[in-house]
Ligand binder design. Sequence first.
Ligand code: ADP
Ligand code: MG
Length: 358
Amino acid sequence: MPLTSLDISNLRNIEKTALHCHSSLNVIVGANGSGKSSLLEAIYLLGRGRSFRTSSHRSIVQNGQKEIFIVGKTTEQSAQFIGIHISDGNLKAKANGQYLSKSSQLALILPLLMISPDADKLILGSPKQRRRFIDWGLFHVEQGYLTQWKRYNRVLTQRNTLLRQGACEETRYWDEQLITHANNLTQARMEYCMALEEIFQDYLALLTSGLQLDLSYRPGWSADETFSTALSQGLERDIKSGFTQKGPHRADLYITTHNRKAASYLSGGQQKLAACALILAQAKLLNERLGNTGVLLVDDLPAELDLNHRQNFLALLRELGSQLFVTTTEESLLPLDSFSDYSVFHVEHGQVSAIKKT
Ligand SMILES: Nc1ncnc2c1ncn2[C@@H]1O[C@H](COP(=O)(O)OP(=O)(O)O)[C@@H](O)[C@H]1O
Ligand SMILES: [Mg+2]
């Protein structure tokens, strides 16, 4: 039960609210524009230190107000209170009253994943989105992954600077380190993607009627050569462009069906379901490895799903064991029969009220 209570002040149209969170399911009901996504945004800010809608902290402060306060009480022994304070466009995060220097520290206290209305970007979007997806998944479950990732990126930046300065002899010095870090990253990502694929296939089968999809991790250089060979063979091109062309920073998770890219083959609804299967698989891996401590935010899920798919989806959510926050415009759109116990909150013009606890 990661989040037990949530206090929000001055976030978009939510002026002030305090709520007790249910350990299993929290349903947030309200008309369009009432403030449902803003409520999820508050939780997201607590877990990630940023909004999922904008990079401008200023724009989420309520019009006419100066600062946002968000406080969450968690069951995490080491950090029972986590907080976010935004003022003058700056965000500060706290845990148990102490300022945190990095928002990644929040993510360790409140591991959080989200299925948003634009989840299909995971299928349709650029490789960067899928790399970020893999990196976040790994960051949550593998201690030390973030450090590895930073090391690789630091050396990459240094190499690129030298390339632009035309110091190609000196790049060789960095290449050795780059290769070590690249191989570490690639190994971690490949293992993660293999574990993910197995669970993804189960979810896909349960969510769709026989949709066939394959996942394969492409490391960012040709699979039939080592990264070391790819680097030395690409040096001339790298010098010309002033940029390292190959490496884990160009990796992708290929999602294909019948050897074609899923993005150009699947219908909109299928893309959404495939993305849901991916995120659910990630949530399941996270819960397995951390012991059921994850939070999953689901914003406006039913938009594209028919009743049957919604039913399947909710049954899967229940089995997952994550603490759930699910928004909907109508409670009747969510067939909640698989849940025996949950809380419902009604949101109207930014006012949140608990309307039922079964
Ligand atoms: N900085 C702000 N100050 C006050 N209201 C805002 C601000 N930003 C957005 N809003 C308003 O907050 C409301 C909440 O929107 P949102 O949370 O997206 O609603 P929902 O998800 O329920 O459709 C919208 O009506 C929007 O116009
Ligand atoms: Mg919304």
